[in-house]
Ligand binder design. Sequence first.
Ligand code: NAD
Ligand code: MG
Length: 400
Amino acid sequence: MRQICLLGATGSIGSSTLDLIRRHPGELTLKAVTAYRSVDELVRLCREFAPELAVVADPEFRESARRALSGTGVATRLESGPEGLLEAVALDGVDTVVAGIVGSAGLAPTLAAVRAGHRVLLANKEALVMTGELFMGAARESGALVMPVDSEHNAIFQCLPRGSADGAGIETLVLTASGGPFRSWDAAALESATPAQACDHPTWSMGRKISVDSATLMNKGLEVIEAHYLFGLSQDRIRVLIHPESIVHGMVNYADGSTLAQMGTPDMRTPIASGLFWPRRLPAGVEPLDLVKAGTLSFHEPDTKRFPCLALARRALEEGGTAPAVLNAANESAVQFFLDGRIGFMEIARINARALDSLPSGPADSVEAVLEADSRTREQVVQWVKAGPAGSDPNRQPAD
Ligand code: NAD
Ligand code: MG
């Protein structure tokens, strides 16, 4: 029986996880749930699953959550704020943490889960991008099993040999990308793309932040960094291929000419089920793959001229230290400004480039140093947005 703490229970990863918990009551117990501000949804989950602990991460919403919960007769204890998230991870009996919070807000509880030696289903890629070596070092020390939930990384995990990589002959890893909703848009059209268009993903249904990241290809950039830390290969051995059908999720190329690929209908319940049950495979409610119905599978190189963010992520990884955290913070901040209608779509890439160009990176040798770089970057992005389009900065180098 896995005893689960579900961080980000009200999100897209959260709802796919809950679906699996409903399907496997004899295998999975929901011990703790967290949400940011969606009080009604959180209370609905408490009624359905009666977890021991529910956490509303924004303390401003604690009182309304308390009132909503008090009338239900459910015995769930309520906590709030960042400390509440840490309590959820540390709850007695919890052995599995699904890290489904979006962005840097998930860093502290995800890292706490790793340090506690839990099985950690990692969806919150931003946490790993920010603290890469510290994160993987903590996992080695505690013995935590970090199960990648990102579909590409989960695919690669499934295609890698178990145990030692010595003599396994791994040459390169391939991450596939759908190309997002703007795959075939020209540069001029991209300038005026709207948040609604950016969030209308062709093959996956996801939260708004990752949907925008998929549209800019920043998501794939973050995933190259994620793959580097998870699997220990240098970035020149991590290839990205645009694959609009999203059927092949990831591949491993071996020295003898073999390529192992993991395929499936695009549905996040597959990688989450793999993370929850590994090494077993149990039903996940996913439509079986029908390759005849899928028809032609196509693959091509990404265009880093129209989508500069992928190249920026590779650059940040080469620079090392806090550079990935700087890029991640600039991006989170810029995406929020875009979703709020304050900046244009292509401004996201320009802000990200400007952050890497002008903000110094230092050693990422402590979480404090990383968080310092994160907040300094966010403050800077606010100033840039207030001052007008980043593209008008005369000192800025072209993003690509
Ligand atoms: P989402 O926006 O649907 O859900 C985010 C969850 O985090 C919600 O429960 C929300 O309440 C919570 N949250 C938001 N801000 C918070 C804060 N400041 N403090 C605490 N909690 C907060 O996002 P999602 O699509 O489920 O993505 C979650 C993570 O999983 C992201 O890192 C994303 O990159 C990754 N991921 C998602 C998918 C997918 O298919 N959705 C696929 C791969 C990876
Ligand atoms: Mg992915």
